[in-house]
Ligand binder design. Structure first.
Ligand code: GAL
Length: 672
């Protein structure tokens, strides 16, 4: 089914944020509307944490507040992403049904007082949530303010899995569906090890706290089960709103790097993907991992524009120390999301709360009101987004795919491995040089068709099925270029080692065998000789035996000294590169440059200065370049003939961008 449009009632990029008027006396609402209009707000997310307001008791629904909220918005011409309100159950549910509360692996119950205190598998939670959704959908299904259903909120943000008895029973059903009989499960989980063999599904438990390392396959399955249990909650709600309001689109917002929910499994069930992004202003490279998240969001539904559902206007309040965003940074990072495919720039939240746990989290309207720098920057951004309305709907094409797989991630980060490896360190090491060179990247699962890409980058694919490994091999055989790094292709989908020498399913395509892993001690380095220079590498080394691959870089110290660190293998009509360590940033950047050249991949615009990110989006109205200066110095950016929609106009074929500067250009040559 093609997606139902969520922005039919909006012109251009949607602008707004989470709106929680129920926290305020109604006199404040008029001021809200006045300021929303002043700031150019077009869309707000309403009712996310309002279950206790609309259903104060099990048998009593009170919609008067939200009737007035939605009418007020409709009168103001502002649309609502209306929440199904199920994200935080009211205290009475826990009083009546304590069995709905989630339990940790240590057996600790998570009580009401925060939020998201529900067991995803609880039929009682699902029944009450379903009743609420039914009432909300019936009440507001044809309200003129309604633009989309915002189902739940940040599924799995606090509770992505529950270890209670109800979950245990649900887990067994999930396992039975997956494995058919208990022998299948024993085989997949390698239960002959440590006397773990099960004689019936009834003996299987969630991986609760155990004396030592739990069974890794059990843990991976339990994590996937957790994602599926939450997805079942989402789908239960989606079915209800779909029945009552078949024309209203649905979404749910992913947390920044949703570890507990596999977005590739979820995205097909959404009309539009939405994402909450909270890069840390203290981190000068925060835009890199944020950018990875944006490319992932754009790729989830094959290039369809997505929604930045939440970002902080300034500081958050949940890190140990919370930096405000200095002038211009909120604007730069907002435009980065648009540059990478967002058609909405929304914040958490509209008006800064007076009480509660988030009163020190920034908001579009801070405690200090409309005369603050925060509100003024919000207002200015609203005006700029209006000026660039024509970019909405634009899509980008990418020649590079970066492979990311959730089950592999779940399998990777374990303490019973040669070294504890962080999935995002591997991703950043490979993604930063791509973003730094303004090469467009799609983020794809290994099961996706790769044939359209010139280069496929595999930072780390610890766990891979035979079928997916064969697909990657066939891609290279057919002329594709592959860049793969260490500890990939090690185990199958059940965390069982692919036998025949590491990395067995990739040995042929890479033209090598890894004889021994040699992880470095904490903070240790190993020298690598690469392209005529010696650079330090970190995290990992290994003893690689080439079997046809050309040695491009060599370990120059420690145990693997003299052995290959970087190789290149011609395979079929393609090429496969392999990196057996974590190169220093400069060396990795140079290597990625070489790989890109070999694959015939170019940046979206030529001659970009360091620190300037460029992207291009195209739609029926034109082709648009986005220039973002993440560096601390002014940059002169060469550009083709273009008209500025936002930021400095080109002069003499260049745009001068100050630090944190942004330019959005309509390119004159639509095809260049
Ligand atoms: C998100 C959440 C919001 C708010 C925000 C604060 O995780 O969806 O409700 O808590 O974080 O940064």
């Amino acid at each position: 089914m093609s997606p139902r449009p969520w922005n039919a009632k909006i012109t251009g990029i949607a602008f707004g944020g989470d709106y929680n008027p129920e926290q305020w006396p109604e006199e404040v609402w008029a001021d809200d509307v006045r300021l929303m209009k002043d700031a150019g707000v077009t869309m707000v997310s309403v009712g996310i944490f309002s279950w206790a307001v609309v259903q104060p008791e099990p048998d009593r629904f009170e919609f008067a507040t939200f009737d007035r909220v939605l009418d007020t918005l409709a009168d103001a011409g502002i649309v609502a992403g209306l929440a199904t309100m199920t994200a935080s159950p009211p205290p009475w549910l826990a009083r009546l049904h304590p069995e709905t509360l989630p339990v940790t692996a240590d057996g600790v119950t998570l009580w009401p007082g925060g939020r998201q205190h529900y067991c995803p598998s609880s039929p009682v939670y699902r029944r009450y949530a379903g009743q609420l959704v039914e009432r909300v959908a019936q009440r507001y299904g044809d309200h003129p303010a309604l633009a989309e259903w915002h189902i739940g909120n940040e599924y799995g943000c606090h509770v992505s899995r529950c270890w209670c008895d109800v979950s245990a029973a649900d887990f067994r059903v999930w396992l039975q569906r997956r494995y058919g009989d208990v022998d299948g499960l024993n085989e997949a989980w390698s239960t002959t090890f440590w006397s773990q063999r099960y004689s019936s599904f009834e003996e299987v438990q969630p991986p609760r706290s155990a004396p030592t390392f739990p069974n890794p396959a059990q843990e991976i399955d339990f994590t996937e089960f957790g994602s599926d249990a939450l997805l079942a909650c989402y789908l239960m709600e989606k079915e209800i709103v779909g029945r009552i309001t078949p024309d209203v689109p649905v979404t749910t917002n992913f947390i920044p790097m949703p570890r507990g929910t596999d977005p590739f499994a979820w995205a097909p069930h959404q009309d539009v993907v939405s994402y909450d992004s909270y890069p840390d202003p203290y981190d000068p490279d925060a835009h890199v991992l944020a950018g990875f998240g944006y490319d992932l969001m754009r790729s989830l539904r094959h290039g369809q524009p997505w929604m930045l559902m939440e970002q902080a206007p300034g500081a958050v309040n949940w890190r140990p120390r919370n930096s405000p965003k200095p002038p211009g940074l909120m604007r730069l990072w907002s435009w980065q999301a648009v540059a990478q495919g967002a058609d909405a720039v929304l914040y958490f939240q509209w008006r800064q709360s007076r009480g509660g746990a988030e009163k020190f989290h920034s908001a579009m309207v801070p405690h200090g009101g409309e005369h603050t720098r925060g509100f003024q920057e919000v207002r200015e951004l609203g005006a700029e987004l209006r000026a660039a309305a024509e970019v909405a709907g634009g899509r980008s094409t990418a020649d590079v795919a970066l492979v990311m797989d959730w089950r592999s991630w779940w399998g990777l980060q374990r303490s019973s491995h040669p070294a504890v490896l962080e999935q995002f360190d591997a991703i950043t090491a490979h993604y930063a040089p791509l973003l730094g060179r303004s090469v467009a990247v799609d983020v794809v699962p290994p099961s996706r068709d790769l044939s359209a890409y010139k280069l496929v980058v595999v930072p780390n694919l610890y766990l891979v099925s035979e079928a997916d490994a064969a697909r990657l091999t066939a891609y290279v055989d057919g002329g594709g270029h592959l860049l793969m790094s260490f500890f990939s292709g090690i185990v199958d989908e059940y965390d069982r080692v692919h036998l025949g020498g590491y990395p067995a399913p990739f040995r042929d395509v890479l033209g090598l065998r890894v004889a021994e892993f040699w992880p470095l001690e904490e903070g240790g380095t190993v020298d690598v000789e690469l392209a005529g220079t010696v650079t330090p590498a970190t995290v990992w080394s290994e003893i690689v035996e080439p079997a046809g691959a050309e040695v491009v870089g060599t370990f120059a110290s420690s145990e693997p000294a003299g052995g290959p660190a970087v190789t290149r293998n011609a395979y079929g009509t393609g090429v496969a590169w392999y990196v057996g360590t974590r190169l220093a940033d400069g060396a990795m950047d140079a290597l990625v440059g070489r790989v890109l050249t070999g694959a015939g991949v170019t940046p979206v615009l030529p001659g970009l200065p360091a620190g300037v990110q460029a992207t291009v989006r195209s739609n029926d109205s034109g082709r648009y370049a986005f220039l973002l200066n993440h560096a601390t110095a002014t940059a002169l950016v060469p550009v083709p003939a273009a008209t500025a929609l936002v930021g400095p106009a080109p002069s003499g074929g260049r745009v001068e961008l100050p630090p944190r500067g942004v330019a959005v250009l309509r390119l004159e040559d639509r095809l260049s």
